[in-house]
Structures are given as C-alpha cells and as structure tokens.
Design a protein around this ligand. Structure first.
Ligand SMILES: O=C1C[C@@H](O)[C@H](O)[C@@H](O)C1=O
Ligand SMILES: [Co+2]
Length: 299
C-alpha cells in the first residue's frame, strides 16, 4: 500500500481562481489561496497565474505556510508553432520549477485545442489530430522529456478534453509513439471521466507510467447537459461539471485508490476541481476532499 513518507497531497489554485476563466475567482488573492490550502491540510500547490513570478516572493509565501510547489501546467504548441519555440518556453518553465524543488512538469499539446473557447461545443468540435500532428507532438514531447531529465525532473502528459488527446484511443496512440522513460503520464480522473472513459481501466493500463495525479470527480447531470446542450468545456466548468473527490457521482474512488496503492504510487495527489468559487467555497471543498482522502488512505 502507500508509503506515507512518499505520498503527498496538494491542491490546484484553479479551484480558487480559474486561469482559463478569470471571472471565476479573479478577486481572490494567491495568499488566500495558499493559506486556505494549508488550512485544509495540504502541503503542496501547483502554480497558478496569480502566483508571484519573482522566485523569492513566492518562496517566502510558501515557506511561511509550510507549502511546496509540486507542478505547474505547461502548454505545448508543437502543432501550430516551430518546435524550438515550445522548447525555449519549456526551458524557462522547467528552470523556475526546478528552483522551487518541483520534480514534475505536467503538460499538454494545446495548439489546436478548443478548451479555451467559451462558445465552441466541446463534443461536436473536438479536434482530430492528423498523423503529422501526432508525429510532431510525439517527437517534441520526447525532447522535452530529455530536457527535464537534465535537471533530474520528468514531464507528465495530461490528456485533456478538447485538445485532440482526449479519448483513451487518442492517448493510447500517443503513448505507443513515445518512450515511456521520456514521456510519463499525468493521471486526471476528471478528464478521463468527462471523455467517457473508465478512469480505473485507464489507470490500470498506465499506472507504471503515472508520475503525477489530478483528482477530481464529475457531476453526471452536468455531463448530460454538456452533451445535450452542446456546451463548451468552459461552459461545463461554469455549470459545475467538476467537483472534488467525495462530492461527485462518477469516479470509482475505491478502484482508483486500490490500483495506486497496489502499485505503491509515490509522489503528489493534487485535488483539482475547477468550479465557480462563488457557488462552491474552495476552502470548504478542499477540507471535504482532504477528509475523503484521509478516510480512503489513512494518511
Ligand atoms: O490540469 C488541468 C489544467 C487546467 O488548466 C485545466 O483546464 C484543467 O481542467 C486541468 O485538469
Ligand atoms: Co488536470
């Protein structure tokens, strides 16, 4: 089962201020966000776009709260820009995370993604990547994997609704095209479920390749509305598609914890359930999630 010395629990700042939709929690400060994560019993945070870009300022804000940075999302644009552009951006992002002690860089290809468009129907307009685009992404990711290893870090690929790597078939193709040592996986329960996949089956297939975990559940009645009303990803978020573990009704948490435990998963489990903070108090939901995890793992 889990080694409590090597399993850490964090939160994603998107639960407080949504980087993709700043009107959701835009008024909340990064200080409040970090303080409430710590208050809820978490020791780690991912980096949000309101966090200070100055290393010393961020380190001080983390240290006084006993918090660490465990990851920061990186957007790859191998399908729409020269590979060198993503590589140069990645090196800066990697070095900032390295200076903060993070060991993982979660990322996804977003060049042709529709996730950021509020008026584009998610299921009807999800991009289908060409063979050439898959090849560019696979080769680019392997180069980023090599660059991460230079700093004793690893990338972790985040399949994501609306990006072209959304379904298990699309993920399988990318995983088959890339070296597992260079391109590990970020397991996100919410995106697997949103895509109509069985997150336990996906985890069972790739658990040995998982280096970082995002925990979120899905509200089934909102998922039905996203499909029926042709909503976009961001409209789904505003309507509450995602919620924290222990509050949704779609993810088989016993199955997820069983596989992670049997495979002695080590690293971070991050609670990431972006929803409207005016409707779902981020502190209340962070406490709910931490209590749920404690009940399931004893940690
Ligand atoms: O890991 C993630 C990063 C966010 O920006 C994204 O939209 C969210 O859904 C997610 O899972
Ligand atoms: Co995620």
């Amino acid at each position: 089962m889990f080694n409590k010395e090597k399993l850490h629990f964090g939160c994603a700042p998107i639960n407080w201020t949504n980087d993709d939709l700043p009107e959701l929690g835009g008024e909340l400060t990064y200080q409040q966000c970090l303080s409430e994560m710590a208050l809820a019993g978490f020791t780690g945070s991912e980096i949000g776009n309101k966090y200070p870009k100055d290393l010393d300022t961020l380190k001080k804000a983390l240290d006084i709260r006993g918090m660490r940075i465990c990851n920061a999302w990186f957007s790859c644009e191998f399908t729409t820009k020269p590979m060198e552009e993503t590589i140069e951006n990645f090196k800066k992002h990697r070095d900032f995370l390295h200076a903060l002690g993070a060991k993982v860089i979660g990322l996804a290809e977003v060049g042709v993604s529709i996730q950021g468009y509020e008026d584009v129907p998610l299921f009807k307009k999800a991009p289908i990547l060409t063979d050439e685009q898959f090849e560019k992404i696979a080769r680019g990711l392997e180069e980023l994997g090599r660059l991460a290893k230079e700093k004793d870090m690893e990338i972790a690929y985040h399949y994501h609704m609306g990006t072209g790597i959304q379904s298990l078939d699309e993920l399988d193709r990318l995983m088959d095209m890339t070296d597992p040592q260079l391109v590990p996986l970020l397991f996100d329960t919410g995106h697997a479920t949103f895509a109509g996949e069985d997150s336990v089956a996906l985890l069972e297939k790739y658990v040995k390749r998982v280096r970082h975990v995002h925990f979120k559940d899905v509200r089934s009645e909102v998922l039905e509305r996203v499909k029926k009303e042709d909503l976009s990803f961001l409209q789904g978020v505003k309507e509450g598609i995602f919620t924290v573990p222990g509050d949704g009704d779609m993810v088989d948490w016993d199955g997820v914890f069983k596989i992670l435990g049997e495979n002695n998963y080590e690293g971070w489990i991050v609670i990431e359930a972006e929803q409207d903070p005016a409707k779902a108090d981020p502190l209340e939901y962070a406490i709910k999630a931490r209590k749920f995890i404690q009940e399931k793992t004893g940690i």
